[in-house]
Design a protein around this ligand. Structure first.
Ligand SMILES: [Zn+2]
Length: 267
């Protein structure tokens, strides 16, 4: 099986995870900037994190033969302090020329607060000014629907943003249709406890079709399963999907979306 892991927080994973992913057929891993399991105490903490994402982690992944790409931003969980968030956003452009940076992400909303919205708008503007693609995190709390609606409204209000260069991640049954109907890409996150499960993700694919959709494990510092994309491929086959249909979702779709950035090149 050949697949791309389009959303994984590898800085919090072990070398065993890298080995297992490569053995399962992973061809590339993409790491959005996010919360690190703790709030960083300074803007310089983010500079170090961006260096880790653009320099150290690609080298670590390369030891296992896995191409590593990243997205940069301040995440919504640390965007409540607007002045602090603005300083972090100001750091991002100096890293945008790094050869493995794919765009701005994962930006979005966590609690749908006014401050989070202000920083979301600022980062959408940052992406537009630098002609960057966008990866969006949608809230996991009970107001995912409202948060997704608010996010789509911010994106649509900016005429410089092309929906086909934006992926809205962590969609579920009640948000996937609005995302696809507005012309955006949609990501499904396979988590053992929250978000989506492999079975639900396949149900969604069988309901809404397999265009402009990808799946990811979003593995991080918490309970998560780095091989969940591959596991879903096995479950698809068990449910009668052809090998080509599985590869379309697990490899071709993320490859198509990510290749809009010429930096996304596989060996
Ligand atoms: Zn994430």
């Amino acid at each position: 099986m050949r697949y791309i892991e389009p959303h994984a927080h590898m800085v919090s994973r072990t070398t065993d995870d890298y080995q297992a992913m490569v053995m399962a057929g992973c061809q590339a891993v993409c790491e959005p900037a996010f919360w690190a399991g703790f709030d960083r105490g300074s803007v310089e903490g983010f500079r170090d994190y961006f260096r880790q994402l653009t320099d150290y982690e690609p080298k670590r992944a390369a030891k296992f033969g896995l191409p590593h790409f990243c997205w940069l931003c301040i995440n919504p969980k640390e965007a409540e302090d607007v002045a602090f968030a603005k300083d972090v956003v100001a750091l991002v452009p100096e890293f945008l020329e790094c050869p493995t940076v794919l765009g701005i992400g994962e930006i979005g909303l966590n609690k749908n607060s006014r401050n989070e919205l202000e920083i979301l708008e600022m980062q959408v503007d940052l992406a537009a000014r630098h002609d960057q693609m966008i990866l969006v995190h949608t809230p996991h709390l009970e107001d995912k629907l409202k948060g997704t609606r608010l996010t789509l409204d911010v994106l649509k209000a900016d005429s410089r943003i092309r929906p086909d260069r934006v992926i809205i991640d962590h969609v579920e049954e009640h948000t996937v249709k609005m995302v696809l109907d507005e012309g955006f890409w949609a990501g499904m996150t396979l988590y053992p406890e929250s978000k989506c499960t492999p079975v639900r993700a396949i149900d969604i694919l069988e309901t809404y079709g397999n265009e402009r959709l990808w799946i990811n494990s979003a593995c991080d510092w918490g309970v998560s399963i780095p091989l969940n994309v591959a596991r879903t491929g096995v479950e698809m086959r068990r449910r009668g999907w052809s090998a080509a249909a599985v590869e379309k979702v697990l490899f071709d779709n993320p490859h198509q979306f990510l290749s809009q950035n010429p930096r996304f090149k596989l060996p």
